[in-house]
Design a protein around this ligand. Structure first.
Ligand code: COA
Length: 159
């Protein structure tokens, strides 16, 4: 069973490892090895998650039976969804969908009614199912490697 709860400082090392595994393994479904290596050249410093948490309006963690993080998603005050990553073995089971639904609820609670994201191919499929629209495909280079994602947005109904 999946539980979704706010980020805790003790999650930082697990989330750093999770981000790296997610990009390097799950990312390969849609991107080349060179692309995922440029996207995540090394595991991030766990302290970057502390800084991330301090700046985010909402930072949610999905946990499995053992309470270890299996995914996370975060929201900035202007409605930007910055990160959304699952442990590779939890991709394709609806956990991303559950995390997003919890974030959308949090956004409404904070009075944020326009959400936007730069989505990977996998994220684009999920956000389309959630009613987002593609604004533009973005082609750019990361560490000299060509890669792409999609600018997407969704207006939530105001109360
Ligand atoms: C982006 C990401 C978080 C989305 O999570 P996800 O598990 O793929 O998305 P969902 O929860 O909507 O699950 C959808 C997939 O699970 C399948 N699925 C299986 N059981 C399901 C269920 N009970 N409910 C919903 N979907 C289910 C769907 O058919 C769908 O398959 P598809 O992607 O081939 O269309 C995840 O793919 C991921 O971590 N990817 C690697 C990192 C990445 O790209 N991050 C985004 C950066 S912007």
């Amino acid at each position: 069973m999946i539980t979704i709860r706010p980020y805790r400082p003790a999650d930082a090392p697990a989330l750093a490892a999770l981000f790296f595994a997610s990009v390097r393994q799950a990312g390969l479904r849609d991107y080349s090895r060179a692309q995922v290596e440029a996207w995540a050249p090394e595991p991030p410093d766990p302290r970057s998650f502390e800084r991330r948490a301090a700046k985010r309006l909402s930072f949610l963690v999905a946990t499995g039976e053992a309470d270890g993080p299996v995914g996370y998603i975060d929201l900035e005050a202007d409605g930007h969804i910055d990160h959304m990553y699952l442990r590779p073995e939890f991709v394709g089971k609806g956990v991303g969908s559950q995390l997003y639904d919890a974030l959308e609820t949090a956004a409404r609670t904070h009075g944020v009614y326009r959400l936007y994201v730069e989505a990977s191919e996998a994220a684009r499929r999920m956000f389309l199912r959630k009613g987002f629209q593609v604004v533009a495909r973005r082609d750019f280079a990361v560490r000299g490697v060509a890669i792409h994602n999609y600018a997407m947005e969704k207006d939530l109904e105001t109360p």
